[in-house]
Design a protein around this ligand. Structure first.
Ligand code: NAD
Length: 265
């Protein structure tokens, strides 16, 4: 193969032309980065978030670079919202090839400080949402003959962390739910994988710093203390999603991919 042929082949393997993707939490941070990358690679992307302002900003960014995106206001912790959102995507595009369950919330408290409503908020937005939305999407993937689901876990899917009891419980749940779904739906040619990011520069990270009452500079310095000496960007995570969403990963399911600059190494 000459260089041009190699580029063409790589493009074919990474292309998402004619694919339809849903990305949750796409109004901000990592979800926004994922939506932009999938749209750049040719997918029509439906952005689900409860933050309409941020969601519409992401749509505008994608449209300005020639991509295809719609925003659907949706609280992914509510069954009725998930049902309605998936109906709207199917009405608009007729299919769903990629589902990125990315929305999440963190409350930085140990269990003694954590209120019951805070436990419910974190578990519902971060874990129950994966169940609710996947359950709406999977029947369409089965009908189409397959699909790819990418769940956003965390380094704290794999180990515990301080003052993050509900979040650690939710993210460990996301990882093992990923494995359970991969086992159940491999027969339907639906691949289900979990990405586990380390600290990524997003509004969530800034909120954690505020919640813990730490000095921002020191907090960021500690977050960057990992083998690759920096915190992550939404693009770092989006590139891994692109890999898991497409044909390059067609024999990968039930996997956990740490995207963390070596933080867990
Ligand atoms: N930033 C990090 O360091 C980091 C590290 C590991 C994992 N993660 C995970 O990555 C994902 C994205 O995080 P981020 O850092 O981009 O955070 P973020 O706060 O910037 O974005 C989260 C988005 O999710 C949306 N959201 C929250 N609850 C929702 C609900 N019930 N319904 C609909 N939308 C809802 C918010 O409106 C927001 O737009 C989360 O699952 C988070 O736990 C983040």
């Amino acid at each position: 193969m000459n260089f041009q042929q190699i580029c063409n082949r790589a493009g074919e393997l990474l292309s998402l032309e004619k694919k339809v993707a849903i990305v949750t939490g796409a109004a901000s941070g990592i979800g926004r980065g994922i939506a932009i990358r999938l749209a750049e690679m040719g997918a029509a992307v439906a952005l689900l978030d409860k933050n309409a302002k941020g969601g519409n900003e992401t749509v505008t960014t994608i449209a300005q670079s020639g991509g295809q995106a719609i925003f659907i206001e949706c609280d992914v912790s509510l069954q009725a919202d998930c049902h309605e959102a998936v109906k709207r995507v199917i009405d608009a595009h007729g299919r769903i090839d990629i589902l990125c369950n990315n929305a999440g919330v963190t409350v930085r408290k140990d269990i003694l400080a954590l209120e019951e409503q805070e436990w419910d908020l974190v578990l519902d937005a971060t874990l129950k949402s994966v169940y609710l939305l996947s359950r709406e999407v999977i029947p369409h993937m089965i009908r189409q003959g397959g699909g790819a689901i990418i769940n956003t876990g965390s380094g704290w899917s794999l180990k515990g962390g301080p003052k993050a009891a509900a979040y650690c419980a939710a993210k460990a749940g996301v990882l093992n739910l990923t494995r359970a779904m991969a086992i159940d739906h491999g027969k339907n040619n639906i691949r289900v994988n979990c990405l586990c990011p380390g600290d990524v520069d997003t509004p969530m990270l800034a909120s954690e710093c505020r919640q813990l009452g730490e000095a921002p500079e020191q907090f960021m310095e500690e977050a960057a203390n990992r083998p690759l000496h920096r915190i992550g960007t939404p693009e770092d995570v989006a590139n891994a999603v692109l890999f898991l969403a497409g044909d390059m990963a067609k024999w990968i399911t039930g996997a956990c991919l740490a995207v963390d600059g070596g933080g867990l190494a």
